[in-house]
Design a protein around this ligand. Sequence first.
Ligand code: NI
Length: 154
Amino acid sequence: MALNNHSLDEKAKNTRPMVYITRKESFSASHRLHSAKLSEEENRSIFGKCNNKNGHGHNYTVKVTVCGPADPITGMVMNLTDLKKHMESVLQPLDHKNLDMDVAFFADTCSTAENVAVYIWNNLSKLLPKGLLYEVKVNETGKNSARYRGERVS
Ligand code: NI
């Protein structure tokens, strides 16, 4: 026991704890799930009521998690006021918009919760200190959500 405590102390002396902090914001938008690469019938079959021609709306909530060592002086991974400001600047162009018609990214990319998470990640990662962004979680409804951590596959 004493040995374990000793090695833990040694480790703590040379390292800093990595901490995850999360901020939640929200926005409201309309959209339609529809792919120009699919036929009308395929779109209806795959997307169901989300393919409704005149669209539908969601109150989205977005949880952004950043990860890093807590600063020894401030005790902060990053100032949540700055994270809030950056999230607002990324989400503001989506708020009270039709995602498919008003946001260029979704002109040829299906506005699923998955792709909304990717869009937010891509834009937020440009604003945050390098390597700090850990996860973007988008809740489209109380029941459906998508998480993106910047991972890619070929
Ligand atoms: Ni929808």
